[in-house]
Design a binder for this molecule. Structure first.
Ligand code: HPA
Length: 245
């Protein structure tokens, strides 16, 4: 079953029909919100608000392990993550939708693995390609099917937050090869891989990253929200096409 992990601007799926709320509990604690099980475009999907229904859980305090485990326990086999990001690469201006292909992890101190704790054996995952190729292709096909333009590829640099970055940090990330900057791809993507779930993302660019474009001097938080509101309608159309596929 498809699960949708909604980020900022997508705390609920208004178009989800016949919804049932599942209060999940896992060995890692409770997920960010009750899971919503319902129908999108006539297909059963799960929805979870990454930052909570009231958008009150900051990126560094999201219980990523409980979120991934709860989705798996509820029957998810693939997770489409929606996340707002800043654009570092020039072409990735506000309003651009991107299906990233790579990740650089700049986060710290977040519980980041299921492979620890009493009785756990030392285990590793292959993470060369952090996103599922099949699910990425399905999202790109869904976007084509509903006429939405989506950029294929790019490297998502994941910062700790909740503050935005300095201009110098963005320049360093650009030298590293990051095209986008957000705060939630890690450890989420790695935990999904550890749990054996397909995982891919729709990154919604809501601002030029610090020091870039019209964020040369400062980032306008009000402008970010306006872009986010407009872009989420397009994301919803893609998710409906994805559910249908
Ligand atoms: N940086 C980090 N996370 C973000 C940004 C940003 O500029 N915009 C939206 N999420």
């Amino acid at each position: 079953m498809l699960a949708i992990l909604g980020g900022s601007g997508l705390a609920r799926l208004g178009t989800l029909a016949e919804t049932r709320s599942i209060s999940a509990r896992t060995d890692y604690g409770e997920p960010s919100a009750p899971l919503a099980l319902g129908k999108l475009a006539g297909r059963e999907v799960l929805f979870l608000a990454r930052h909570g229904e009231a958008h009150n859980i900051p990126p560094h305090q999201v219980n990523y392990r409980a979120n991934i485990r709860a989705l798996k326990d509820a029957g998810a086999t693939r997770i489409a993550s929606v996340a707002t990001v800043g654009g570092i690469r020039r072409e990735f201006g506000p309003g651009t939708l991107v299906v990233p292909r790579q990740i650089i992890d700049y986060t710290w101190g977040r519980p980041a693995t299921f492979f620890e704790g009493p009785g756990a054996k030392v285990s590793h995952i292959d993470f060369t390609e952090p996103y599922s190729a099949d699910l990425r292709a399905a999202i790109l096909a869904a976007a084509r099917a509903c006429g939405e333009t989506v950029a294929d590829g790019g490297c998502y640099g994941t910062t700790q937050g909740p503050r935005l970055e300095t201009a110098a940090e963005i320049l360093r990330m650009e030298r590293d090869g990051a095209d986008l900057v957000g705060m939630t791809a890690m450890p989420e993507a790695a935990l999904a891989r550890e749990a054996g779930l397909e995982y891919a993302a729709i990154a919604v660019v809501v601002n030029h990253a610090a020091g870039k474009g019209d964020s040369a001097v400062a980032i306008s938080l009000a402008a970010m929200q306006a872009v986010q509101r407009q872009a989420m309608a397009r994301v919803l159309r893609i998710l409906e096409a994805l559910a249908r596929s």
